[in-house]
Each structure stands twice: as C-alpha cells, then as structure tokens.
Design a protein around this ligand. Structure first.
Ligand code: ADP
Length: 294
C-alpha cells in the first residue's frame, strides 16, 4: 500500500525499467505498433530524467477585479514512456495544468521543464515550434476536417511541418495502431464518434511526439467507444513507448494509467501508483480513492 499510494510531499516520479527500455528502443528505431511486446509490471529503482516536469507552478487568471487561482504550487513529473492520468472534479485545474505542460499557455510563476528545457518563458514562435514538433494533443472535440478522409486527416500535420521521407509508412502504422485499417478513405461523417476520435489520436501520434497530451478525450464517447479509444492510447504507450498525460474526471479512464495524480482546488492532493496493468480494472483505483476519502 505504502508504495502504491503516496501523500504529496514525499512523491518521486514513477521511474520504471521498462520505460527506460522502451524509450531507448523508441529512440533507436521507429515504433512498430503491431509488434506486440509483453507487458512488464513496473518496479521502482532505475532513474531516468523526467521528460516533463512542473516545478512549483502557479496559474492565476484575472477576470476584471477577480483573481482565479487555477493552480497553486504544483510540482509533478512524468518519466519517459509513462502513462500518467490527471484526475479531479470539474474546475480543479486539470486542463490548466495540461495546457502548461504542453506549452499552450504559460504559468504565472514556476517552471515547466520539457526534455530538460524550461519552456515556461518561450517566445510565441518557439512555443509553436515545440507544440508542432514535440507534443501531440487530443481534445474532447475531434477537430477533424470534414472534407478530408481518414488518411488525409491523419497526414495533415505533414502539410504544415516538413514531411519525413517515410511519412506514408508512418500514416499506415498509426492507422494500424488505432485499428482503422480498411477505413482509410472514409470521411468523418462516415465514421462513428469513437472512430473519429481514434483518427484524432492517430493524427496526434503521426509526428511521433515526445509526449501525447489528451484532455478528456472520451468526454463525447459512449462506454464501448471510450474503451476502444483508451485501448488505442494504451497500446501506443505499452507497445510503442509513447509518454502520455491524460486529463479525465472518469476513474475508468484514469485506471489505464501507470500513475494517477488527483487534483483538487489547484493542488495535487494524492498520487496513486497503479503500475502497468493489462486489465485496466478501475476497481483498484476506486478502492484507493475511497481509502483517502475521494
Ligand atoms: P478542470 O480542467 O479541472 O475542469 P480548469 O483547469 O479548466 O479545470 O479550470 C480551473 C479553474 O480556472 C476554474 O475555476 C476555471 O473557471 C478557471 N479558468 C480556467 N481557464 C480560465 C480562463 N481562461 N480565464 C479565467 N478563468 C479560467
């Protein structure tokens, strides 16, 4: 229990040997999603520098004379290859934290360190480059282009950034990952909501970002479609070593993560280490949340 659930204050990043292995392999060779690797239970011990960190981050929004303290001194980190969920009630600061981690916004005070570099004071141009080249984003809304088919929507980032030589193979691989092979020529209105969101995931992954940031990606999906979407995210992490930060208020979604940070009132209140589990049972997480009165 002590190793699984930590009060904030003595928290250390969840650093795992399997993550180290996956990251090394990911850097050495492109992911081959279909090459299934066995799921290895994480254990602590091997230290790798975090890929992403928030250090004493605050965010204050000013609305006229009113100040909203969305984040109050948040410190957290994400290890390479780790799947972290940010969980908490509406208005607790989850999306604000995700936006700061992805360079979509800047903290009021504190630092956000991405791959060893403080990104909290980047110029607009530098932040845009970072978002385009190093991060992938998935939102609750699918944001697909209606006139483009699946393949064209997924290849869209390569029309903005320079396309690598193997872009066609990359598109094929992510279509395989999200299990849309055979539907490459379908337009969004010819797909279910779940399939559309899986296209959005594939589009976010096709550039091989260091970190995938997902903000309530199952918010518009029913139970079955949510499960398929979460399965696709998990495959990208477990088989491809993709680092993921997922915002959700749903324990079922958070239960896919290796580690859950529970946010309340702009602070990280609990850190729950679940480990890499192929069954994604939410019962374990719900039980631990209940143990700490959440
Ligand atoms: P969550 O994602 O957990 O629902 P948010 O991060 O969206 O929470 O919001 C945290 C707090 O900050 C809320 O009180 C919200 O109203 C406020 N907030 C978020 N974005 C803005 C903004 N652009 N301007 C003013 N207040 C904001």
């Amino acid at each position: 229990m002590a190793g699984l659930l930590r009060r904030r204050g003595n928290a250390t990043p969840g650093v795992m040997p399997f993550a180290a292995t996956l990251e090394r392999e990911r850097l050495a060779a492109p992911p081959t999603w279909s090459a299934l690797r066995p799921t290895t239970p994480p254990t602590s011990g091997v230290r790798m520098p975090p890929i992403l960190e928030a250090r004493d981050v605050t965010k204050v929004y000013a609305l006229g004379k009113t100040r909203v303290e969305a984040l109050r001194a948040v410190t957290m980190s994400v290890a390479p290859g780790e799947f972290v969920a940010l969980m908490g009630p509406s208005g607790s600061g989850k999306s604000t934290l995700l936006q700061l981690l992805g360079g979509l916004d800047r903290p009021t005070t504190g630092e956000v360190v991405f791959e060893g570099r403080d990104i909290s004071r980047l110029s607009d141009g530098q932040a845009t480059k970072l978002r385009r080249e190093r991060t992938g984003y998935v939102f609750q809304a699918f944001n697909l282009i209606p006139l483009l088919n699946v393949r064209e929507n997924i290849a869209l980032p390569f029309t903005i950034a320079k396309a690598p030589k193997d872009w066609k193979e990359r598109v094929r691989q992510v279509i395989d990952l999200v299990e849309l092979t055979g539907k490459e020529r379908h337009r969004p209105d010819q797909l279910s909501a779940g399939e559309q969101q899986r296209v959005a995931v594939a589009r976010a992954l096709v550039t091989r970002p260091s970190v995938l940031l997902a903000d309530e990606p199952t918010g518009n999906l029913d139970y079955t479609n949510s499960g398929e979407l979460l399965d696709a995210l998990w495959r990208s992490c477990d088989q491809g070593g993709q680092t993921i930060v997922l915002v959700t208020h749903d324990a079922r979604a958070a239960a896919y993560a290796d580690r859950v940070l529970v946010i309340g009132d702009g602070r990280i209140q609990e850190e729950i280490e679940l480990g890499r589990r192929p069954d994604h049972s939410a019962a374990v997480l719900i039980e631990r949340l209940a143990q700490v009165g959440l």
